[in-house]
Design a protein around this ligand. Structure first.
Ligand code: ATP
Ligand code: MG
Length: 158
C-alpha cells in the first residue's frame, strides 16, 4: 500500500495546497496531510486552527487524513509506516530548498522517498504568505482559498 505524507505549515491552507492534496490522493492509497508545529516560526493561525481548516477542506476525501507533528518529519513518517513524502514545486526558488531537504531526508532514512508534484499552472503564484498579505490589506481572497475556510481567514484580519 502506498502511504504518503504531505507536510507543510498550511498557515492557512490555500487552493494551491488543496490541488496537491487532490492530485496526490488520486495516485496514492493514503495521504496524511501533516501540519508542522515549528517552534522557530511564528504562525498566524495556531496549530488547532490549521488542522481544523485542513479537516474542513478534505472532509470528502476518504483516503486523506490530517495530523500535526513536531520534530523530524522523517521520524514521524517512519513511526506511521509512511514511505513517501509529497512536496509541491512552484518555482526554481522552491526547488533549491526542497532539493536540499530531499537529500538530507534521504541521508537520514534511505527507505523514505520524496516525490515532487508540479504546481497547477493556475496556482503557481499562490502561497499562504500571499493570501495573508492580501487579506491584511483588505483585498479579495475568495479565489485563492477554499470556500470552507474563507471566513476563518477574513475574520482573523478584521
Ligand atoms: N500553489 C502551490 N502549488 C504547488 N505546491 C504548493 C503551492 N503552495 C504550497 N505548495 C507546497 O505545499 C507544501 C507546503 O507549503 P507551505 O505550508 O510552506 O505553504 P506556502 O504556501 O509556501 O506558505 P508560506 O508562504 O508560509 O511559505 C510545500 O511542499 C510547498 O511547495
Ligand atoms: Mg513555503
Amino acid at each position: 500500500m502506498s502511504k504518503a505524507i504531505y507536510p507543510g505549515s498550511f498557515d492557512p491552507v490555500t487552493k494551491g495546497h488543496l490541488d496537491i492534496i487532490k492530485r496526490a490522493s488520486k495516485i496514492l492509497d493514503h495521504v496524511t496531510v501533516a501540519v508542522l508545529e515549528n517552534p522557530r516560526k511564528v504562525a498566524t493561525f495556531d496549530i488547532e486552527q490549521r488542522v481544523e481548516m485542513l479537516h474542513l477542506v478534505t472532509k470528502d476525501y476518504s483516503n486523506v487524513e490530517v495530523d500535526y507533528y513536531k520534530g523530524l518529519l522523517i521520524d514521524y513518517a517512519q513511526n506511521k509506516n509512511i514511505s513517501i513524502i509529497v512536496k509541491g514545486l512552484r518555482a526554481m526558488s522552491d526547488f533549491e530548498f526542497e532539493f536540499q531537504m530531499a537529500l538530507v531526508n534521504q541521508k537520514l532514512n534511505s527507505s523514505i522517498e520524496t516525490m515532487f508534484m508540479m504546481t497547477n499552472n493556475k496556482y503557481s503564484y499562490l502561497s499562504s504568505s500571499i493570501v495573508k498579505e492580501i487579506a491584511a490589506l483588505g483585498g479579495d481572497i475568495s479565489s485563492l482559498v477554499p470556500p470552507e475556510v474563507y471566513n476563518m481567514i477574513v475574520e482573523k484580519y478584521k
